[in-house]
Design a protein around this ligand. Structure first.
Ligand code: DNO
Length: 345
């Protein structure tokens, strides 16, 4: 595996040299920010990003995310142009050594939490989800600071209107159509697409979601068997659905998992949870069993610690994306991989 760390580009307050100091850190997971969704990422911008990372001694082999334009998810006639642009972005990224692209297919909203500053007994802050708070939210006026994209209230309302009547089946067909359109660019460049599961893995605000359960992946790979069609195995997103058996899924799809987001969730009751430190004993995701299943399945992809807690008075960074606790997460994951890989041999 290759250990990586998410870095939000030159606007990120975490310096690359600090990331480089984390043991075993091979590279960053980043993106070209500022190009409107649906437009081609220019080579000069990709080159600049890669050179900034390279100067810090870090690789840039994973992109998270190249966002998918809503016209594609909606299946609008304009999607073909957007898909062609996406394919061109893949080709451009391929020229700079990118190997894996993480993306998601969630309509309108990306990952979702109701509390970005849930305070634990020990004073650490984490992201949390509480069903009762979720029900109080106004979907017409929302944004989360960790999202790649956010909308003005007018844009948001326009989009929500366009999605009226969208079904799971149509959304899934639109995903398949998108993949069939871009996979030739992956065949050419060798880049693996790694879909990020829906987070949480169920419909929110009346919008359908399509990739959150084992059967969703079965259906996706049956429809698009191309090997470049793969998964970002996010234990936090999949784990929020208590119906998911994560070690089983990791074992089953190990050869389709190109990127793993490893993190921990601690449930407060059937629906509510907060995100805790990465250790297996600190929550309900059996991180150790997932890593074991990945290794035994022959996983050789990229790993990153995912959302960390806010600890040690760290100031700055997006909620969930500070330096300290993610670095602790990386150190823990390094240890797990080292021990379990030795076991395997
Ligand atoms: C949240 C992230 C997601 C992820 C996108 C991938 O912390 O895991 O925002 O980057 O869903 O497209």
């Amino acid at each position: 595996m290759k250990m990586t760390f998410r870095w939000y580009g030159e606007g990120d307050c975490i310096p690359l040299r600090y990331i480089r100091q984390i043991p075993n850190m091979s590279g960053v997971v980043t993106a070209v920010y500022g190009t409107p969704v649906g437009e081609v990422w220019e080579e000069e911008k990709i080159a600049r990003l890669k050179s900034v990372c390279g100067k810090a001694g870090l690789e840039m082999e994973v992109i998270e995310s190249v966002p998918v334009h809503e016209d594609i998810k909606l299946g609008k006639p304009t999607r073909d142009k957007r898909i062609a642009n996406y394919a061109q972005t893949i080709r451009n990224l391929g020229k700079f050594g990118v190997k894996c692209i993480c993306y998601n297919f969630m309509p309108v909203f990306d990952w979702f939490r109701t509390d970005l500053h849930y305070v634990q007994e020990n004073g650490a802050e984490s992201l949390a989800y509480k069903e009762a708070d979720f029900r109080k939210l106004d979907k017409h006026n929302l944004r989360l600071p960790g999202w790649d994209e956010s909308y003005t209230p007018e844009q948001l309302n326009g989009l929500l209107k366009e999605y009226e009547g969208m079904t799971h089946e149509r959304l899934f067909e639109n995903l398949v159509y998108f993949l069939k359109g871009i996979l030739p660019a992956c065949d050419e460049t060798g880049i693996n697409m790694a879909i990020h599961p829906d987070d949480p893995p169920w419909d929110i605000f009346g919008l359908p979601r399509t990739v959150g359960r084992e059967e969703d992946f079965d259906r996706l790979f049956a429809a698009v068997p191309n090997k470049h069609n793969g998964i970002t195995f996010c234990t936090g997103s999949l784990g929020a659905g208590r119906f998911n058996d994560l070690p089983k899924m990791a074992a089953k799809y190990a050869d389709r998992i190109y990127f793993a987001h490893l993190r921990q969730l601690k449930f407060l009751n059937e629906t509510d949870f907060y995100e805790n430190g990465h250790r297996t004993a600190d929550g309900d995701v059996d991180v150790c069993a997932v890593v074991k299943a990945l290794i035994e399945g022959g996983f050789d992809g990229y790993v990153r610690p995912d959302h960390g807690r806010g600890i040690w008075g760290e100031n700055g960074g997006k909620p969930g994306y500070g330096l300290y606790d993610r670095a602790l997460g990386a150190a823990y994951l390094n240890g797990l991989f080292e021990a379990l890989e030795k076991d395997k041999k």
